[in-house]
Design a binder for this molecule. Sequence first.
Ligand code: HEC
Length: 156
Amino acid sequence: MSTFTAKALAAFWLLGGAAAALAKPPMTPLQRGRYLIQTAGCNDCHTPGYGPNNGQVSEKLWLTGDALGWSGPWGTTYATNLRLLLAGMSEQQWLRHARRMEPRPPMPWFNVRAMSDRDLKAIYAYTRSLGAAGAPAPAYVPPGGTVTGPVVRFPQ
Ligand code: HEC
């Protein structure tokens, strides 16, 4: 292949890629919410069996909370059923909550707080679109309390 042909092909390919990127419609808030839930790690803790199954969990179960306990100096926490939590909140209440909440470990609340309003609204829209489902996660157990069921233990 001549250098000219190679350059022409490369230019064609680059332009084609740029055109394809421009032509791609932006994500809707629902798509963006789903994308964030999947990539920001929310499913890892808030969806039952998500990690152990390499993310292969039916979307019907996403964000329904988990009965796996997280034990450490703070006691034992369980990832909240976010479908039920958000079903009881307006978008405005969610924005306020997301900015002010300081749940116990290992919830990375500081990551949620750092999200833009646009992203928090997308998460709200997507989670609400899934609908209220599942049961509330087990109640928090203070340090020294009796825990039944599986737990992940953090070092003291
Ligand atoms: C490492 C595990 C983990 C990850 C990752 C995680 N969470 Fe949590 N989350 C928890 C646990 C555990 C709780 C319950 C904490 C408690 O009982 O105080 C919780 C609680 C919450 C709550 C409820 C707080 C309240 O006031 O009741 C919200 C909202 C929440 N998480 C949203 C998210 C979102 C959104 C993401 C993704 C960006 C996420 N979480 C990622 C473990 C996690």
